[in-house]
Design a protein around this ligand. Structure first.
Ligand code: NAG
Ligand code: NAG
Ligand code: NAG
Length: 546
């Protein structure tokens, strides 16, 4: 992966392997304990880029749930569009494609799908039985479409409608389901469509639904059994790290019979993780990474199709509160339970502050029923204001605001040089972090960051300088005496830059079995330690004893 250019991919990177540095001033004011943790991402919540082989045996694996397809009529030379984004007819008159021209799959099997448009309606036929429309909000009554790819050119397709005929665009004004599809894929055949895949998702929903109930359980069990093992916990503990963050999905709370397509068995592995954590004296940060309906539309929240539907109904919120309560109750008596992150990265595009506040209040109460002292972590919204959670946090104790800092995902970074990126960390990020790190407010932490940017052709030394700048700025709040007195909690995540070493990413992903990635991490920890004194490298036992 040359340069990760999707948020999903990148968040995945950091969530594979994270370094947390936590200074808990409230309870540890005298011994300055630092916590360094590894994040066990991609284990109980699938992130396809972390383990592409998980998807290898899926037939027609371009067409997973959430694949966003655009279709250009070969004869007319224009893209199909859900007029007005949905609610009416489908036309074939667009010369370029974006939202209204994008169709998202719900996979039924390798060739049959429900298809969803921009405003979330499903494709179907109108009362004439022939005109293609997007008017139904109910997938069950909308219709099933079959997508047939040309054998020697898989980007040419025909789509068979529920009436058994193929879609065709005879004019720009209307797409109809009345072709026999017998035009031999000729250029003048109005049923031939050129397909572009605008987005793919490879999350838990995709992998379990695509393998289906007969195959998915074994595939997931093999993955759970091998991706993270006891030895990882032992290694983390003996490497001077002392915590793990475990991303979990909402379906694990209804194990062993989670709703389809999720498969049973995941809770056994979470149980094992807690036992191993206890055995090796590692603290656990339980992180609800995937909430029902998806809180951000990314694959790491197990979105089915990229839409954000969490929080749109009270039911999704109540269900999520039940999930938090379930997990907290289950692990409250394990001394390793250190923090519960109520939801990871809700997206301001789709989740209002009002809804999130309601959820955070209810989720906090659910944790407190069973774990009076655990930290409760509130993730800031993606694209939200950095202080917007202060009001809700003000009524809570042992509460932490999680901010994620990337020099990515925004135009402002597009043309920045190496030095401009570093300056941005040292001034802008530094100011931002200081502004939210107050003596009376919630604890703060930089929950995620990454040594990746939009710079092309940077050297390893450039990356190292960039990493150092981030460590200094994000770590400043946790290491400084003043910070400790202010009871600040700062988490740092580290992901080794990989621009010059494609193989590194694969090594990195297999932290379960690969020493090399740990050595990279430890090298980096050492660098950080040199910046800050050798405090960080003290083994866990010494830290606890001190
Ligand atoms: C896929 O599902 C459709 C609709 O349920 C069914 O007609 C078709 O036979 C299935 N195809 C395969 C390959 O299972
Ligand atoms: C496409 O066709 C629809 C329906 O006739 C029309 O309302 C719309 O303005 C057309 N758009 C373009 C870009 O031609
Ligand atoms: C970073 O902060 C500086 C100084 O406050 C400001 O002038 C600049 O516009 C900020 N940069 C960005 C990209 O926001």
């Amino acid at each position: 992966m040359k340069t990760p250019n999707s948020k999903g991919q990148l968040l995945g990177i950091v969530s594979v392997f994270a370094l947390f540095i936590i200074s808990n001033g409230r309870t540890l004011t005298t011994n300055n304990q630092m916590i360094k943790a590894v994040n066990l991402g991609g284990w109980l919540v699938t992130e396809g880029w972390m383990k592409p082989s998980l998807f290898d045996s899926i037939p027609n694996k371009d067409f997973l749930d959430g694949a966003a397809l655009q279709f250009k009529s070969r004869r007319i030379g224009k893209f199909l569009a859900a007029e007005l984004g949905g609610g009416t007819i489908i036309v074939a008159n667009r010369s370029s494609a974006s939202g209204w021209e994008t169709f998202r799959l719900w996979r039924l099997n390798e060739t049959s799908f429900h298809i969803r448009v921009f405003n979330k309606q499903f494709l179907g036929l109108d009362s004439t039985g022939i005109n293609l429309v997007a008017i139904s909000n109910d997938y069950q009554t909308s219709g099933i479409f079959e997508i047939i790819r040309k054998s020697d050119d898989p980007n040419l397709v025909r789509i068979k409608a529920p009436n058994g005929f193929f879609l065709q665009a005879k004019t720009e004004d209307l797409v109809t389901a009345d072709s026999k599809g017998d035009g031999q894929w000729r250029d003048d055949d109005p049923s031939v469509l050129e397909m572009t895949i605008a987005q793919r998702l490879q999350g838990e929903y995709q992998v379990t639904n695509a393998y289906g109930p007969s195959k998915a359980p074994q595939i997931m069990r093999d993955h759970w059994n091998t991706f993270i093992v006891e030895n990882d916990f032992s290694f983390i503990a003996t490497s001077g790290l002392n915590a793990v963050r475990i991303p979990v999905g909402w379906w694990t709370a209804s194990d062993p019979t989670p709703p389809k397509p999720y498969v049973g068995g995941s809770s056994q592995y979470l149980d094992k993780a807690f036992l191993w954590a206890q055995k090796y004296k590692l603290k656990v940060i339980l992180d609800l990474h995937a909430a029902p309906g998806s809180q951000n539309g990314f694959e790491h929240s197990s979105s089915r199709d990229g839409f954000i539907e969490w929080g749109q109904t009270d039911e999704t919120i109540q269900e999520t509160v039940r999930v938090i309560e379930f997990f907290t109750a289950r692990y409250a008596n394990n001394p390793s339970l250190f923090a519960v992150e109520l939801i990871n990265e809700p997206n301001a595009i789709g989740v209002s502050l009002n809804v999130l506040t309601k959820y955070y209040e209810a989720g906090y109460k659910a944790v407190r029923k069973y774990a009076p002292n655990a930290f409760v972590i509130l993730s800031n919204r993606l694209s939200g204001d950095s202080k917007e959670l202060f009001p809700v946090a003000s009524g809570m104790t042992n509460v932490v605001i999680d901010v994620h800092y990337y020099n990515l995902f925004s135009d402002i970074f597009d043309d920045m040089t190496v030095q401009q990126n570093i300056d941005f960390i040292k001034t802008n990020r530094s100011n931002e972090l200081q502004a939210i790190t107050t003596s009376t407010g919630p604890l703060t932490f930089v929950g995620e960051w990454v040594s990746e940017w939009q710079v092309r052709g940077a050297t390893k030394e450039d990356y190292q300088r960039f990493s150092k700048a981030q460590l200094e700025v994000y770590g400043g709040a946790s290491f400084g005496m003043e910070v400790l007195e202010k009871s600040k909690l700062v988490w740092l995540w580290y992901e080794e830059a990989i621009e010059w070493d494609r193989d590194f990413i694969h090594t990195f992903l297999h932290i379960a079995t690969t020493f090399y990635s740990f050595l990279h991490l430890l090298t980096h920890v050492r660098e950080a330690a040199e910046l800050e004194g050798d405090f960080m490298l003290k083994p866990l036992n010494e830290m606890e004893a001190s």
